[in-house]
Design a protein around this ligand. Structure first.
Ligand code: SAH
Ligand code: DHB
Ligand code: MG
Length: 223
């Protein structure tokens, strides 16, 4: 079996062994595809990882940058205790509309607020409203924006806040000289350097393989 096919097969095995069957989540993915959204949602196992991180961190207030159809959002929201809230930021009105529908179907319409606009416009509004500090921030919008999203994430955090950055490996683009001119790869490199150099962050990153190919998460906690 070619190695990449094995990653997918192993993901399926792990998901079958570990994750409960979930008609809502399956329907959300089907709705996203039917609505023409790109298939760049986190994988089911990665989603379960987000639920788990939310739970173990005891997060009550979660910020997500990059909603798409709300598949990751649902996983984050499911890790919250009663009364917990997610604010999720999305640039594309069509994505936000699909996400709101999905969140409603998942019974989370009252738990999650979807805000439409470029995150660099909506993040300052959140700060002005005093919406922070957030307990967990999931950064997953345009990769070229990651360095600025990092700054905002830290501004809207408290000591102990967990930061998660998706897609920091990008099939090895991170270290591929041929990708030096790619603004998304550059964004991720600058983001990782800024995380590592930040005086208030302790961080690591984990590479992942699976149904979504080869990628990785950066994980940090605010000191
Ligand atoms: N978190 C989702 C996937 C997000 S894909 C999941 O795993 O299910 C990235 C999303 O970021 C897309 O929906 C894209 O429209 C959105 N996006 C791109 N640029 C943005 C910006 N400047 N501000 C907010 N969202 C943006
Ligand atoms: C892309 C974006 C994502 O958030 C993701 O998880 C995978 C790919 C992309 O823009 O290619
Ligand atoms: Mg992503």
């Amino acid at each position: 079996m070619p190695v990449q096919e094995s990653w997918g097969a192993v993901d399926e095995h792990l998901a079958r062994a570990l994750l409960p069957a979930d008609a809502v989540l399956e329907q959300v993915l089907a709705e996203n595809r039917a609505a023409g959204l790109p298939a760049i949602d986190v994988s089911p196992l990665q989603g379960a990882f987000l639920t788990l991180l939310t739970r173990v961190s005891g997060a009550r207030r979660v910020l997500e940058i990059g909603t798409l159809g709300g598949y990751s959002t649902i996983h984050l929201a499911r890790g919250l205790p009663g009364g917990g809230r997610v604010v999720t930021l999305e640039f594309e009105p069509h994505h936000a509309e699909v996400a709101r529908r999905n969140l409603h179907r998942a019974g989370l319409a009252e738990v999650v607020e979807v805000r439409v606009g470029a995150a660099l416009d909506t993040l300052p509004v959140l700060e002005r409203e005093g919406a922070g500090p957030f307990d967990l921030v999931f950064i997953d919008a345009d990769k070229r924006g990651y360095p600025q999203y990092l700054e905002w994430a830290v501004r809207l955090s408290r000591p102990g806040t967990v930061l998660v950055g998706d897609n920091v490996v990008r099939r090895g683009g991170l270290v591929d000289p041929a990708a030096d001119g790619d603004p998304d790869v550059r964004g991720v490199r600058t983001f990782l350097d800024a995380v590592g150099a930040h005086p208030r962050l302790s961080a690591t990153a984990l590479q992942t393989v699976g149904a979504k190919g080869w990628d990785g998460f950066a994980l940090a906690v605010v000191d």
